[in-house]
Design a protein. Sequence first.
Length: 136
Amino acid sequence: MSQFCWPVRVYYEDTDSGGVVYYANYLKFMERARTEYLRAMGFEQDRLRQDQGILFTVHSVQVDFKRPARFNDTLEVSAEISEQRRASLTFFQEVHRCGESAALCRGHVRIACVDSVSFKPTPIPDFIRSEILRVC
């Protein structure tokens, strides 16, 4: 499961006045794919906060927009861990229209592991690192 894919349908609310997906919504689609990727590995964000006292927050984003998606398109959003650090993970993500190989959008999203109270960086727990290494 080194690359995870999550299906997304484009709704009217996702589009701008030109009928194409508003650029910021690609970030929402990517967020869903990362969340579902972690869920597929057995990590629920609310449980991590409650049981481990940690949160994963977006540190930085670099996105390239290539082609537009439109209302009612069916998309696939991928998430793949491209870099691991002591307190962060970087995901490489792409958005494709189903059945097409050309990326509509691609980017790198770095998420930081932080203490849920202080919001200061904290090391990613070993049990999460182990599962990531096993899966990737």
